[in-house]
Design a binder for this molecule. Structure first.
Ligand code: GSH
Length: 209
């Protein structure tokens, strides 16, 4: 199995999941240019990471890559030890929130010119995006006041949350009210799989928000 990543992106999530499996896998590190190359577009026509190639199988979309890893290595419990239907719904709830709502909310910060050309309008758009992200982050902050991990046991949802927190810190989003998230960063950065990924992708731990 080969995983395609760009360092520090949402591809940290399936990468950490693969570390949790203890399986052999190949890693291909792309950048913002090579992700748009003709060769890679044949794998992922959207020109984004993550992607998995496993023999004849190609899997794109972050949540689908996680589902593929989970189905291939069920003993790794990458979705946590959530057995009841209600608990399994929780992991999908948080992955949906993280992938469709929180991740997407960063788009105006990563590429404001894709929304509007005028530079002063871009500044207003970015300010609004930061407010929106801070507002969305109150939900995982509340959840982590009740438990150590989003669904009770450690899962890929926690890694996805962590990645978005590193972005929020990079864009100077005010998270001073979110003590539970700050505590969570220390907890999740102690994970061996995440630590290995941070090293392999040439990243640094953030320590706090
Ligand atoms: N909906 C896609 C979104 C993937 C996505 O936005 N990937 C970003 C990184 S987080 C990307 O590869 N962007 C291209 C780039 O950074 O050049 C998924 O869930 O896989």
């Amino acid at each position: 199995m080969k995983l395609y990543v760009i360092p520090g992106t949402c591809a940290v999530v399936p990468h950490t999941a693969l570390e949790w499996t203890d399986a052999d896998y190949d890693l291909e590190i792309l950048d913002h240019d090579s992700v748009k190359s003709e060769e890679y577009l044949r794998i992922n026509p959207q020109g984004v990471v993550p992607s998995i190639v496993d023999g004849e199988t190609i899997v794109t979309q972050n949540i689908a890559t996680q589902a593929y890893i989970d189905a291939t290595y069920p003993d790794a419990d990458i979705f946590g030890k959530n057995e009841s239907p209600a608990d399994q719904a929780q992991i999908m709830h948080w992955l949906g929130f993280l992938n469709a709502d929180l991740h997407k909310a960063f788009a105006p910060l990563f590429g404001p010119d894709g929304f509007i050309e005028d530079e002063s309008a871009q500044e207003k758009l970015k300010a609004k995006a930061k407010e929106n992200i801070a507002h969305l982050l109150r939900l995982p902050n509340e959840q982590l006041g009740k438990r150590d991990y989003l669904t009770g046991t450690k899962s890929t949802a926690d890694i996805y949350l962590y990645v978005t927190l590193t972005w929020a810190k990079k864009f100077d989003i005010d998270m001073s009210d979110y003590k539970n998230l700050d505590d969570f960063v220390k907890r999740i950065e102690a994970d061996d799989g995440l630590t290995a990924v941070i090293e392999q992708q040439g990243l640094e731990k953030i320590g706090s928000l």
